[in-house]
Design a protein around this ligand. Structure first.
Ligand SMILES: [Fe+2]
Length: 510
């Protein structure tokens, strides 16, 4: 519900409220407070963002960083805490303010600010901004989730944005789309060989956040994010680093790296309090509802998975142990949570937003079987359990959204992938990368005809998937560019696929 009260009232109340909450949740920062901050440069150089929409609120994010790439990882900020003011309005000119307050920015969290605004109205656009030390941030736009009967949802699926120097052609066009949400399924950053400390990860995140195109997308739509591997380390699995003499594979060292990576991730993204990491642990799987239309289960298939059986790239002979039901992609607790959520859901569409390809894919066109063991093919027993659950519980219109593989796919998820005549249980849309390359394109392309449940594949283009969801139909438009770092080229639609409600599997969209 909106409250019309004076600015003084709002600031007074909010300052008290957030202060008390913050003290209870995080412990009071030991750093001395900075009463009148003076910045060496514009402190909102990393832009702002919003995320995890609910019907009555969103998370607002910024990070004070006048010198974003400073060597010590402090972003040019002193070791002092300070308060940042924020406001939310109905209009871009901030004439009709609906919420305002102050939030702490503390050095322990890289002077990031996470504000969980509540009391807004469902399915509505809002504008927001921050003020610190007399400096005003750019204006962000966001949108709450709808509640109850919902006719339509438009969102973009994004992933894999390897640094290409600043411009991101895909985000440039995306920022001009009419969307309610962006779902990002990971590889938001790519670690380097020497990325190890909190300062290293902060500087890396800050570098990505200096992209004007990424900032534009964040300023326009709320994001729902989950990580994949490169936010931490290539193909990490639970507490296991990559083998073969990686320095981080020393006992205990990988968990330290994981803690640093998790914290920097939290500091740079619009996440709620339950997602704040506790050392090397961070609860990232969570659910979101878009009225009665769509239910999103956002998964973390890295933190709890069994270690990969094989690292052959892009694929190697299938290890028979992949069928072992004790091997897990999600961990037992997340799987239980997911199944309970799916069983309870009354939404028209049930969406799994996650990392690696679920569909079976055999790279060997002969009698043998060759798979990528990092993807669900390496966890076939767990995949069987998921698909059998979806079938047995009659989950309404299941759709899987996937990233990781830097290429566009449309897959039917089958009861038996080796039998093209078997029932199609769900549909998988694999979004291509925002910018990361796909040197394994040929290896996939030559095997597509031997995998008839793969309806479409393209490894040439970068981009994102624009999804339009109505009660009757899901449409995925593959929006692509040819040069990832050339923001002058607008994205175009490469192909469009649809799923009719009640009929799993994709068909070419008319
Ligand atoms: Fe990637």
């Amino acid at each position: 519900m909106m409250r019309q009260v004076s600015r003084r009232q709002l600031l007074g109340e909010a300052a008290l409220g957030t202060g008390a909450l913050w003290a209870a949740a995080a412990g009071v920062s030991q750093a001395p407070a900075l009463a009148r901050p003076r910045f060496t440069a514009y402190p909102f150089a990393l832009g702002l963002a919003s995320g995890d929409p609910r019907p009555t609120g969103v998370v607002l994010w910024t990070r004070l960083a006048p010198d974003p790439l400073a060597d010590d990882g402090h972003g040019g900020m002193p070791e002092r805490r300070l308060a940042v003011s924020w406001e939310v309005a109905d209009d871009e000119a901030f004439r009709r303010r609906v919420a305002a307050g102050r939030s702490p920015a503390v050095p322990e969290l890289g002077h990031s600010v996470h504000v969980e605004v509540d009391g807004l109205e469902p399915g509505r656009e809002y504008f927001f901004r921050f003020v610190a030390g007399g400096e005003v941030s750019p204006v962000g736009r966001t949108r709450t989730a709808p509640s109850g009967p919902t006719d339509q949802l438009r969102f973009a699926l994004a992933s894999c944005q390897a640094w290409v120097g600043g411009p991101y052609a895909a985000y440039r066009t995306m920022a001009e789309e009419d969307l309610e949400l962006v779902v990002h399924v990971g590889d938001y950053i790519y670690e380097a060989r020497n990325t190890e400390s909190l300062a290293d990860f902060r500087i890396l995140h800050a570098r990505y956040k200096t992209s004007p195109d990424l900032q534009a997308a964040h300023a326009r739509f709320p994001f729902v994010v989950t990580w994949d591997d490169h936010e931490i380390e290539n193909n990490w699995a639970a507490d296991a680093s990559q083998p073969d003499g990686e320095p981080s594979n020393e006992p205990g060292r990988f968990l330290q790296l994981r803690a640093a990576a998790f914290q920097a991730y939290y500091e740079h993204l619009p996440l709620r309090r339950p997602q704040r990491p506790k050392g090397p642990d961070m609860l990232l799987y969570r659910g979101l509802s878009y009225g009665d239309l769509a239910d999103f289960s956002v998964l973390d298939t890295r933190q709890y998975r069994s270690d990969q059986l094989d690292d052959a790239f892009p694929a190697g002979p299938r290890d028979p142990r992949t069928d072992d039901p004790y091997r897990t992609m999600t961990g037992a607790a997340q799987e239980r949570w997911l199944f309970e959520r799916l069983a309870r859901s009354r939404a028209r569409w049930n969406v799994l937003a996650q990392q690696t390809i679920v569909a079976q894919f055999d790279y060997d066109t002969g009698p043998g079987a060759s798979v990528n063991h990092d993807q669900w093919d390496g966890y076939a027993g767990a995949r069987d359990r998921l698909l059998e659950f979806i079938a047995a519980s009659r989950v309404a219109n299941p759709v899987v959204l996937t990233g990781d593989w830097h290429s566009s796919w449309v897959n039917d998820l089958k009861a038996d992938f080796d039998d093209p005549a078997s029932t199609t249980l769900a549909t998988e849309f694999v979004g291509t990368s925002i910018s990361s390359g796909c040197p394994w394109e040929r290896a996939v392309a030559q095997a597509v005809p031997a995998n008839p449940h793969v309806k479409f594949f393209d490894g040439t283009h970068r981009g994102y998937v624009r999804c339009t969801v109505t009660p009757e139909r899901w449409t995925s438009d593959y929006r692509v560019v040819t040069a990832a770092a050339d923001s002058s080229e607008p994205a175009r639609t490469l192909t469009s696929w649809a799923v009719e409600a009640g009929r799993p599997g994709a068909v070419p969209a008319a």
